[in-house]
Design a binder for this molecule. Sequence first.
Ligand code: COA
Length: 143
Amino acid sequence: MDVTLRKGTVDDAEELFILVQDFATSFLPDKLAFRNTLEQVITDESANLTVALLQENIVGYCLGFDHYAFYANGRVSWVEEIMVREDLRKTGIGRKLMDEFEDWCIQRSSQLIGLATRRAAPFYEALNYENSAVFFRKLLTEV
Ligand SMILES: CC(C)(COP(=O)(O)OP(=O)(O)OC[C@H]1O[C@@H](n2cnc3c(N)ncnc32)[C@H](O)[C@@H]1OP(=O)(O)O)[C@@H](O)C(=O)NCCC(=O)NCCS
């Protein structure tokens, strides 16, 4: 399957929002808030938004970030969201998106990639990620 990757842009808003609605479980995505967030993300040099395209349609995306951490002697990176259109899962698109994110992290001399997952542990295990911590959170807004 001829899936290509490129950086996300504001022009992707409509198509991306459809995938984001499927991804979100704790929050109800709001279109205006999504658009504002997209504008922030694509101008943030510590953010990486990559979209996967099949016949010019967006069929997946990965959003990740990095920041400095004392414990790692430099940058660490986090996968915030990764999503592949349901009917195209298990065809290698998620791996391709993660490979691209990893390349970006390596270019920026990041020391590790972390992420939290409830639903996709077998996917990350297949990509040689190891279970290393328990994830805690506190919601700071009413949902
Ligand atoms: C998780 C997700 C992004 C994976 O994308 P994908 O395109 O289906 O993954 P790939 O086809 O590239 O799979 C890569 C490897 O992971 C394995 N894998 C993927 N999903 C799996 C699953 N649910 N169970 C077991 N293995 C899985 C594949 O078999 C493949 O292994 P292989 O290369 O050794 O054959 C996709 O299932 C998805 O969008 N899920 C809903 C959103 C979600 O849960 N995102 C992650 C939140 S942190």
